[in-house]
Design a protein around this ligand. Structure first.
Ligand code: TXA
Ligand code: MG
Length: 324
């Protein structure tokens, strides 16, 4: 198992020698390595068992650092950076050669973000290189929002987990870029479409639909998925078709009499989407470990953060392909 602690110096020294460290962010924990070091980047793909076509997000300390790695920063994206960084927003920008092709899976753009967690901000300020960091889970499984989640799955492959407690956003960053002067969201996440639209005064296209061979593999149909079968729909109706003793429930706020309370999780009793996002991935893990055959889940209201939550639920419910 990996050591869990708050020692930034230790993290700096491991990362500076090409080793990987799990880091807290406000969204989910990341599996971090020096983005400019090919050995470190290779280990990230190996430890995560991530296919090489799925590029990595590069984490930096501030807008000034971002400029060291891109050859153009379109005005609209720079405004978004200044408004939402540090925070759960990732920008796709044309990369300079200093970012290895392996990081972007050969794509001409690099995904950059300034995370908001204070420990990781301190870490990034102490380093002389940026950190490539995908979510710290095996490819396709549920993202980690606690150090213990990371340890349970990747603890044998890494030495150190920087302990930042529970992630307070709970779902990954929103990925946004530009196509022909239009803002496009490639992955729904911690900053909502509505927030971006009201700040920019422009409408934003959502291009994060399901795909088996996506541009941004956060678009993969099956992702963020528990091992157990998850059925997404009207829980009340599904309960008629299944044995209530063999299911667990993930609802937005409701409780269901037919199923034992210990096998039900409500994402937010007060129907707050921020709280629901915060709890989503831990709830999925907990349900995945219950002695049941299936998880019944329902979508949350499809507005604001709710869109990103529903996106995760749909992918968690999608049939897995053998290869993922
Ligand atoms: O909140 C987050 O973004 C977390 C924390 C750790 O920062 N990171 C994260 O990384 O979710 P990951 O690797 O699990 O998801 C990154 C997504 C993938 O779907 C990937 O395909 C997309 O970002 N991506 C990365 N670089 C890209 C690029 N150059 N072009 C298009 N998509 C890219
Ligand atoms: Mg991920």
């Amino acid at each position: 198992m990996a050591e869990i602690g708050k020692d930034i110096k230790k993290a700096v020294s491991l990362l500076s020698t090409g080793k990987l460290v799990a880091i807290p962010t406000e969204t989910v924990y990341g599996l971090a390595g020096n983005a400019l070091n090919l050995e470190a980047v290779t280990s990230i793909f190996e430890v995560k068992q991530r296919p090489s076509f799925d590029p990595l997000i590069v984490h930096i300390a501030d807008v000034a650092q971002a400029k060291l790695y891109v050859n153009n920063f379109p005005g609209d994206l720079e405004m978004l950076a200044k408004k939402f960084w540090p925070g759960p927003l990732t920008l796709l920008l044309p990369k300079l050669d200093i970012i290895p092709d392996m990081v972007t899976s050969g794509l001409p753009q690099v995904a950059l973000r300034v995370p908001a967690h204070p420990l990781t901000r301190q870490l990034l300020q102490a380093l002389s290189f940026p950190l490539a960091a995908p979510s710290a889970n095996p490819f396709g499984y549920i993202s980690p929002t606690l150090p213990e989640h990371v340890n349970a799955q990747l603890g044998n492959s890494i030495d150190y987990i920087l302990d930042g407690g529970a992630c307070n956003v709970g779902i990954e960053s929103t990925i946004i870029g530009m196509e022909d002067d239009e803002l496009c969201i490639y992955r729904l996440g911690g900053i909502s479409k509505e927030e971006i639209e009201s700040f920019t005064g422009k409408s934003v296209l959502i291009k994060s639909g399901s795909a088996d061979t996506p541009l941004a593999p956060g678009q993969l149909k099956s992702h963020y998925a528990p091992d157990k079968k998850l059925i997404l729909g009207n829980i009340e109706e599904w309960l008629v078709h299944v044995d209530p003793k063999e299911v667990a429930i993930l609802s937005f706020s409701k409780k269901f009499d037919a199923v034992e309370t210990s096998r039900q999780i409500q994402l937010s009793a007060k129907e707050d989407l921020h709280e629901a996002a915060q709890k989503l991935f831990s709830a999925l893990r907990e349900l995945d470990h219950m002695p049941v055959k299936q998880i019944l889940a329902e979508p949350v209201p499809d507005v604001g953060l709710g869109r990103a939550i529903n996106d995760r639920l749909r992918r968690a419910a999608a049939e897995k392909k053998q290869s993922s």
